[in-house]
Design a protein around this ligand. Structure first.
Ligand code: NAD
Length: 406
């Protein structure tokens, strides 16, 4: 039986995937409400295919609990934020959950850390917890790092098809864990050591952050000198070895906007490019705000209350708002005492921010300038409804004449 610790965006779909492929699973989370919701037969976030996978897993006997189980296999998928001051990883959730595992696990158990961690985290923080509990690593407890790569919005498909990395002290244990993941994963599973697996995961997200930052820097350069960045990128990408990404209002989510800081925090001397990329991407919400104020002036829009933000999530077709550019813009406006902007997102059902609408038509009726911040399918399918509005499109999805871009 596997006990999966942490049933959030990563732990839950992973638990469901194992269970629906015939593995006995108990999912544990310390959030009582979350566990009660799952036990009541409901999923806890929106994700394509998740409900069907959930039903399948329930039929196969998956259990959810707030209690850690005594078993020989644990997968830990708890949060790994970064400390805003030091920029280093905050390992507190991982440490706390491994401590709780140590309190119930028998000798011979394997502990797989799935959470994203900076290189050296397992040496510095996880190994001591295990040894302090009287276990000998490699003899009593096997330690493995199996970072996750799935993208919200396409999690179920990617769990099945992505390649994975397994880092283990002992190759034979790595192969055993590989076999377990191969119960559902059809992608290549590479077995390596723990530090390489830690670094590889962080490097992947850092690569993406830097590439996004390049597109965002280009948009600033082009805006400053009246050049069409989208046309330039379109043409440049015809070069066989060039693939510039699309600029946007910033980088959100719990991975790309967080993990590169781990490298900046741990290797400040060598991470200049990585740090600059982070700073460029973090500057985009303010860049969009400046665009908004200029467009308001140009169109005689005097009240912030006549501006509407479409999209609260950090990316399209998901309900995850963590670190989202829209939230960063709202915070920045709050600091500048600019109140009254209207907000709408079809994926956010609960009231989360001031002046939030739950009805698209009502939202449109109340604003003159619509700022497209997230390219949900809903807006792509209803773009015609924006006709007559002043539009700022930060995602390059609107072809209505006169639309402003970044
Ligand atoms: N969300 C993504 O797209 C994504 C992608 C790849 C990797 N990751 C990584 O996966 C890890 C988990 O991220 P997430 O997005 O699933 O986080 P999350 O916040 O959605 O879920 C974490 C869950 O862990 C629970 N939890 C925290 N401490 C606990 C403890 N001691 N015992 C039991 N439960 C505990 C929380 O209640 C929460 O439900 C992070 O390291 C993240 O960087 C996330």
């Amino acid at each position: 039986m596997i006990n999966i610790i942490g049933l959030g965006y990563i732990g839950l779909p992973t638990a469901l995937m194992f269970a629906s492929h015939g593995v006995e699973v108990v999912g544990t989370d310390y959030n009582k409400e979350l566990v009660a919701t799952l036990n009541a037969g409901k999923t806890t976030f929106e994700e394509a295919g998740l409900d069907d996978l959930f039903n399948e897993a329930v039929n196969c006997g998956i259990k959810f609990s707030t209690e850690y189980q005594s078993t020989d296999m644990y997968i830990v998928a708890v949060p790994t934020p970064y400390d805003k001051e030091s920029k280093r990883i905050d390992p507190a959730y991982v440490i706390a959950s491994v401590k709780q595992v140590m309190a119930v696990c028998p000798k011979g158990a394997t502990v797989v850390i799935e959470s994203t961690v900076s290189p050296g985290t397992i040496d510095r923080y996880v190994r001591p917890v295990i040894t302090e509990n009287g276990f000998v690593i490699g003899e009593d407890i096997n330690l493995v790092h199996a970072p996750e790569r799935i993208i919200p919005g396409n999690m179920v498909y990617e769990l099945l098809h992505n390649s994975r990395t397994i880092g283990a002290d002992d190759k034979a244990i790595g192969e055993k864990v590989k076999e377990l993941y191969a119960s559902f994963c059809q992608g290549e599973i590479v077995v390596t050591d723990i530090r390489t697996a830690e670094m590889t995961k962080v490097v992947e997200n850092t690569f993406r952050d830097i590439n996004i930052a390049f597109a965002n820097e280009l948009v600033k350069i082009c805006r400053s000198d009246d050049m069409d960045v989208y046309e330039i990128i379109r043409i440049a990408n015809k070069h066989p070895r060039v693939n510039i990404l699309s600029p946007g209002p910033g980088v959100g989510g719990h991975c790309i906007s967080v993990d590169p800081w781990f490298l900046v925090g741990d290797y400040p001397t060598y991470s200049n490019l990585i740090k600059q990329a982070r700073l460029i991407n973090d500057s985009m919400p303010d860049f969009v705000l400046e665009r908004i104020y200029n467009i308001m002036k140009e169109n005689g829009i005097k009240e912030v209350s006549k501006v509407g933000f479409y999209g609260l999530t950090y990316k399209e077709n998901v309900d995850d708002v963590r670190e989202s550019p829209t939230l960063q813009m709202l915070e920045s406006m709050e600091r500048h005492l600019a109140h009254g902007v209207k907000v709408y997102d079809p994926f956010i059902k609960a009231d989360m921010v001031e002046n939030q609408y739950h009805d698209f038509e009502a939202f449109l009726n109340d604003v003159d300038l619509v700022v497209l911040l997230v390219g949900h399918d809903e807006i792509k399918e209803n773009m015609g409804k924006l006709k007559g509005k002043v539009i700022l499109d930060t995602r390059n999805i609107c072809s209505i004449e006169g639309t402003y871009r970044l």
